[in-house]
Design a protein around this ligand. Structure first.
Ligand code: SF4
Length: 367
């Protein structure tokens, strides 16, 4: 399939504020700045209708807002959805990837992930068009960064996924693990996460929203200081400095010692375990030396260790990495047991449709 990244037949940019990026106090302020008086109760009703219920029709609300507010919303703000350009479902595991078209003609992907609990889903969200981090095992990293997403464009991904739910189904979690390094786009990612967890927004529990980072140390400290209830997942990939530098270019800016300091700050802020993640690559980061290095790096912090296999399907395979063999994995799991920290094997689904971790760039890469 071949898709353009930029469409040269675009209508003029619509710069009106979008409801998807707002919570009630912000909507009141936005309208006030436009000279329209709106109460917070009205703002809550509007956002609950548009974001939580996914219903754009404001005239038929049980308790309507005043005509002046509705007219202002119709004329001065947006509440349109991002068009779904393509939707592909992996029949093996039910993962479904959606390709959304942005106003500027760029595309962004999100994934609907079925959970073990029947009728419950997590949505995997992108935070940027492309990514600047250049991790060597990741297809998105090969694209480079085009731009950050606005908060509303992130929430629009949830809305697009939720539009496809059947009666009785719901989204109970969100992970910022799609295209982009979420903490590189800190303000919009946090704004979007707040909408996702708001009673007038996505209504997802804050503790069920995970934000990954490959190790942007200043932003990790900021997150800890701000005391968010969302969870941070620190993608270490290796606890050995020299090796990490070959896998994750940003490791040349912030050392593992810097990252360990930020992880301590996150633990002190949340009083909870901090999740560290490893994308497992055969012969690269599966040996005992990794376990010993992790123990030496963070002996004093309760961790949760997430392990996910690198993808061996195109286009990730072009990076030359393979997932660990079962004996390699067994030995690693045995060694990790000695740490006494919980280890979670994460399933990387959606491979058949290039919806799995590290594959969210396939469409553009193949164009
Ligand atoms: S793994 Fe994440 S941070 Fe690294 S290049 Fe891919 S999208 Fe960016």
């Amino acid at each position: 399939m071949s898709l353009p990244i930029v469409d040269d037949s675009l209508p003029p940019a619509d710069t009106r504020p979008h409801l998807f990026g707002l919570r009630a106090p912000q909507l009141v302020s936005v309208l006030q700045a436009l000279g329209v008086d709106c109460s917070e109760a009205e703002a809550r009703r509007v956002l609950g209708r548009v974001i939580s219920e996914g219903n754009d029709e404001l005239r038929t609300m049980k308790k309507p807002v005043r005509t002046a507010v509705r007219t202002a919303l119709d004329q001065l703000l947006r509440r349109d959805r991002l068009p779904v350009q393509e939707r592909v479902k992996d029949d093996v595991d039910g993962f479904e990837k959606l390709l959304l078209r942005l106003d500027d003609g760029a595309f962004v992907e999100c994934v609907k992930i079925p959970l073990l609990k029947k009728g419950c889903f997590t949505v995997c969200l992108s935070s940027q068009v492309g990514c600047a981090m250049g991790c060597v095992f990741c297809a998105t990293g090969r694209l480079g960064l085009t731009r950050h997403l606005h908060a509303w464009e992130i929430v629009a991904q949830l809305v697009a996924v939720r539009d496809s739910l059947q009666s009785g189904e719901r989204i109970t979690g969100a992970v910022f693990m799609g295209q982009g390094e979420p903490l590189h786009n800190y303000d919009d990612v946090i704004a979007a996460a707040r909408v996702l967890s708001d009673p007038t927004g996505g209504r997802i529990e804050a503790g069920n929203i995970s934000i990954s980072t490959v190790g942007l140390v200043p932003q990790m400290h900021r997150f800890a200081l701000e005391g968010h209830k969302f969870r941070i997942v620190v993608s270490l990939h290796s606890a050995i400095e020299a090796k990490r530098k070959t896998l994750v270019p940003i490791a040349k800016t912030w050392s593992l010692t810097d990252i360990a300091g930020a992880i301590r700050a996150l633990h002190q802020s949340s009083k909870d375990r901090v999740t560290v993640a490893f994308c497992l690559m055969s012969g690269v980061n599966t040996g005992d030396d990794e376990v010993l290095a992790l123990q030496a790096l963070l002996p004093d912090v309760p961790l949760r260790i997430n392990l996910i296999d690198v993808n061996d399907a195109r286009p990730v395979a072009e990076g030359g990495f393979a997932p660990p063999s079962s004996s390699e994995l067994g030995a690693l799991l045995d060694a990790l047991q000695a740490l006494g920290q919980p280890v979670v094997r994460r399933y990387s689904g959606g491979k058949q449709k290039q919806a799995a971790c590290g594959m969210l760039a396939s469409t553009q890469l193949e164009s």
